[in-house]
Structures are given as structure tokens and as C-alpha cells.
Design a protein around this ligand. Structure first.
Ligand SMILES: [Fe+2]
Ligand SMILES: [Fe+2]
Length: 370
């Protein structure tokens, strides 16, 4: 490697190599280790975690052929494991997805729709979560099906129900929160399609129109029989922020309905960790870092984010991953309170070898192999 340069964050470009560890401001945990070649994904994270004008130490890599370029990641002979999603979970997820899609399509042109089928889906999801919250660990693998709107609604419902479960809510409340998750973006039916489906970031004017979906969703559901007040509040407030900078009412802290606080965490996490036309999905631990940063900014609620990131096994055993060491492995197990730093089994010199990411802070997961 060549000389070390100190470069302001906004001038960093992909291809430079970090010459210092990037750490989480509060915990000191290494987020991106020194020696990592910077790519678009890292740039987005750096801009999120550091202030404009802050400087980062970087190196310019030697051109290939001059330096000792290590061989690229190669398959190490580990056979792909069968997906560990059980049949019941798979059926619940697919049924939820199909019912939500049908419900949204039917509801588009009528005043109100029959809510019973979607209520039944919420009850199925909640019952499964109460029985086995690890259902969530499978969502990361299943989520990339069909259009974003419907899989997003189902994922948010599942994440929100699980978070409600971990926060100690009753089964009836988990049902309600789950239903609110399925319906939270229903107001987008009243936003022009060209804005909702725009394959790129929205302009300021488009964003203002998009923000109306929280109120429009509330107005739609208010006319729908058999929806309780808590669901209405959760849907209308899912974009409110703890510091009052959210929409559409700018509610603050305790003024925000507790179900909306849960929905907000689930909503932000799913959006960050799902592929969109204009950006690649963040990995679970990267999504979790952004949630923590949102807590520091007083946007998301601390306790909800803490339970979400500490309880939900986002790297389920069996998931195949690539590490920043170039090695390929699969998740063996995870620690109950640090599921985002699991134990990975890799093949070293023909033998299985374990790396506990909770103890090896410089080893990172860089990709999930689906
Ligand atoms: Fe929304
Ligand atoms: Fe959403």
C-alpha cells in the first residue's frame, strides 16, 4: 500500500482503502476495519455515522500486478445447506403475502374492503411468533419475492409482531400490532403510482406528496368497519419521530402511540435491508447500526431498537455468508443477546473451523449467499 492520506468524508471515493478502523461512536465497536477497500455501501454508512467535514485516513491501493494481490474469494467446498425454513412458516409467509396483495389490489378502487381475511393473516403470524419467534430469522431469506409493497407490508408485520412479543405485549396486542404492520402503508394506494414506484430517490415535491400516505391510510381505514382505534393510531403515526421531526403531525416522545413506535423500527429496518432499484440492501448488522444511529438522533425509540437488535436472530443458523477475510462459511449458532455477531463455520485447510464474530471484532459478514 502507498502513502496515507487524510480525506474529508464527502470527498471519499470507492476504491480507496481505509487506513484506520471506523468505530461506533457510543460502543466503540469496529464497524469497518482498517484495510477495507471502500465501496458504495461503506460510503453510505460513513456518511451516516460521521459528520460532513470529518476526515478519514485512507490509502490508495497499488495497481494489480504490482502488489501481492491475494486470490479472490473462492468456494471452499462447503455444500449449500438446505434452507432451514420449516413448512408451516413457509406457508404462513406465502399466505400472508398473497392475501395482502389481494387485499391491496381490491381495496384500490373501493371505499372500504372486508378486513376479515387480513385479520386472519395477522392472527396466524402472531400465533406463530408467540410459539416460535425465530420465524423471523427466516424472513431475511424469504423476503425478496415479488413487488416491494406487499413483501414490505408482510415483513414489517412480522418484525413488529416479534418486537411486540419481546417487549412483553399480550397476544391480543401482538395481533393488533401485526395487523397495523400489514396495513401501515395502505395510504400509498392514494398516492400517484409514478411517485410510489419511482425507481430512484424522490424530489422534494414528490416527497411531500409521499408523506401524505400516513394521513391518507388513516382516512381510508377509519371508514373500514371492525378496525380498532389502536390500529388507526399506529398506521397514522408510523412516520412520527421521538424528537417531533416526523410526519404527519410532528408528535413527540410519549405523544406517539406505543404501537407506532414499534412499527417505525420494523418499517425502517425492512426498508434498509431490502434491495431497491436504486440501492442495494444493507446487511442485517448494517441495518441495525443505522437503527442505533437513529436512536442517537432521537428519531427511533431506544428501548424498541435495543430489543429489536438484541433479540431477533437476523442471521439464522444455516445461512451462507461471505466474510471480509474472503472466506465463505455458514452460520452455526448465535448468542442470545448478540445475534448480529454470530458464530460462523468456515472451511480452513480442509477442516471445519469456527469463528465467533462476537469475539473477533475485525471479522465481518460482507454478503449473504441466497
Ligand atoms: Fe410508510
Ligand atoms: Fe413502510
Amino acid at each position: 500500500m502507498g502513502e496515507i492520506y487524510t480525506i474529508p468524508i464527502e470527498k471519499l471515493v470507492p476504491g480507496l482503502v481505509l487506513a484506520e478502523d471506523i468505530r461506533h461512536a457510543q460502543t466503540g465497536v469496529v464497524l469497518i476495519p482498517s484495510g477495507t477497500p471502500i465501496d458504495e455501501r461503506h460510503l453510505a454508512r460513513l456518511k451516516y455515522f460521521r459528520h460532513a467535514g470529518e476526515e478519514i485516513k485512507c490509502m490508495v491501493p497499488e495497481p494489480p500486478g504490482v502488489a501481492d494481490v491475494s486470490s479472490p474469494a473462492i468456494e471452499t467446498g462447503i455444500k449449500p445447506l438446505p434452507l432451514t425454513v420449516d413448512e408451516t412458516t413457509r406457508k404462513i409467509y406465502i399466505k400472508a403475502f398473497e392475501t395482502t396483495k389481494k387485499f391491496f389490489s381490491k381495496y384500490k378502487n373501493i371505499e372500504y374492503a372486508d378486513i376479515q381475511a387480513i385479520k386472519a393473516v395477522a392472527e396466524n403470524i402472531s400465533a406463530q411468533i408467540v410459539r416460535n419467534p425465530a420465524i423471523l430469522s427466516h424472513v431475511a431469506i424469504l423476503k425478496a419475492i415479488d413487488s416491494y409493497t406487499f413483501s414490505h407490508s408482510v415483513n414489517v408485520a412480522i418484525y413488529a409482531a416479534a418486537l411486540a412479543h419481546f417487549l412483553g405485549h399480550s397476544t391480543a396486542e401482538i395481533n393488533g400490532i401485526c395487523l397495523a404492520g400489514l396495513l401501515h402503508d395502505i395510504g400509498k394506494l392514494d398516492i400517484p403510482r409514478k411517485i410510489v414506484e419511482k425507481p430512484g430517490p424522490l424530489t422534494e415535491d414528490e416527497y411531500k406528496i409521499m408523506q401524505k400516505h400516513a394521513l391518507l391510510g388513516y382516512l381510508r381505514l377509519k371508514k373500514t368497519p371492525h378496525i380498532n382505534e389502536n390500529v388507526l393510531a399506529a398506521v397514522s403515526q408510523h412516520h412520527e419521530k421521538i424528537d417531533g421531526s416526523g410526519y404527519y403531525r410532528g408528535l413527540k416522545g410519549d405523544e406517539i402511540h406505543p404501537w407506532a413506535i414499534i412499527l417505525a423500527v420494523a418499517d425502517v429496518y425492512d426498508a434498509l435491508t431490502t434491495d431497491r432499484v436504486y440501492r442495494t440492501a444493507l446487511l442485517p448488522h448494517e441495518g441495525a447500526e443505522i437503527l442505533m444511529a437513529s436512536c442517537s438522533l432521537n428519531h427511533l425509540e431506544f428501548n424498541a431498537v435495543k430489543f429489536f437488535t438484541e433479540k431477533i436472530p437476523f442471521y439464522p443458523p444455516g445461512t451462507r455468508v461471505v466474510l471480509n477475510t474472503g472466506e465463505i462459511g455458514y452460520i452455526m449458532a448465535y448468542h442470545v443477546n448478540t445475534p448480529l455477531r454470530p458464530i460462523v463455520n468456515i472451511n480452513r485447510e480442509g477442516k471445519g473451523s469456527m469463528i465467533d464474530l462476537s469475539r473477533n471484532h475485525t471479522v465481518m459478514i460482507t454478503r449473504i449467499i441466497r
